[in-house]
Design a protein around this ligand. Structure first.
Ligand code: ADE
Length: 244
């Protein structure tokens, strides 16, 4: 998969050199390119922002550097692939594991990291001629720009690419894989600072352990994220059960 990130702070993306994503890049599983938006300006001050039409606080990112950067990137798109342009924004659709899987199925992802009050809206419309365009939010809070959101999304998507995570089974058992939160985990020692572990985990009975973990997933999800329970597909749970 090819990933391009356009930003005025390329150094923010240095984290993509380390850990699993860094290794995936070295192994040729992920082809990541980070671009400085200022390299696509044509004035001597390398200006990327201007005042908003209609007035108001802050500055807006000028459209032309975005057009020039995106044109250059679309020329480098893998043959036959229509790139997905992800625009991190608190005004976007909220990112989740389902979206991460959708992104992982694409050949070419491009992240347009805005700063200030955002990017001139016409860029999104213009870009839709050659990109699928999707504004995406990391959650209901405001960051200073799209870089941290792009980092989070590249990591969530990258680890779904076959070969990036060493043991693919860990992807099956983690939070959100089946719509529920992950069960609690424990390691040695079995007694620590006055606290033991659930005895079933020492029983060697794999069916009982699986049942215990599944129950814990439901208890934890109900306590922390009851909103998730409404959308999971449990064949044994009828509509009447759900309503109860
Ligand atoms: N840029 C600023 N806030 C953001 C958020 N919550 N998600 C994605 N991009 C953002």
């Amino acid at each position: 998969m090819r990933v391009d990130v356009v930003t005025i702070f390329p150094e923010y993306l240095a984290a993509l050199d380390v850990s699993l994503i860094g290794r995936a890049r070295k192994d040729g599983l992920l082809d990541v390119h980070v671009h400085d938006l200022r390299d696509f300006t044509v004035d001597k001050h390398r200006t990327v922002d201007d005042t908003p039409y209609g007035g108001g606080a802050g500055m807006v990112m000028k459209p032309e550097p975005w057009a020039l950067s995106l044109l250059s990137i679309s020329e480098q798109s893998p043959a036959g692939a229509r790139p997905l342009l992800v625009v991190p924004s608190p005004a976007g659709q909220v990112f989740n594991q389902a979206l991460a899987h959708e992104f992982a199925g694409r050949e070419h992802l491009v992240f347009a990291c805005g700063r200030y009050e955002g990017i001139d809206e016409r860029v999104l419309d213009w870009a839709s001629e050659s990109f699928d365009v999707l504004p995406v939010s990391l959650g209901d809070y405001v960051l200073n720009g799209g870089e941290v959101a792009a980092l989070a999304m590249v990591e969530a998507v990258g680890r779904l690419i076959p070969g990036v995570v060493g043991n693919p089974e860990s992807l099956v058992e983690e939070s959100h894989a089946d719509g529920l939160l992950e069960y609690p985990v424990y390691t040695k020692p079995s007694f620590w600072r006055g606290r033991g572990i659930p005895p079933v985990l020492l029983s060697g009975n794999h069916a009982k352990i699986a049942e215990f973990r599944r129950t814990e997933q439901f208890i934890r999800t109900a306590a922390r994220r009851p909103d998730l329970l409404a959308s999971i597909d449990v064949p044994s749970l009828t509509a009447t059960d759900r309503a109860a």
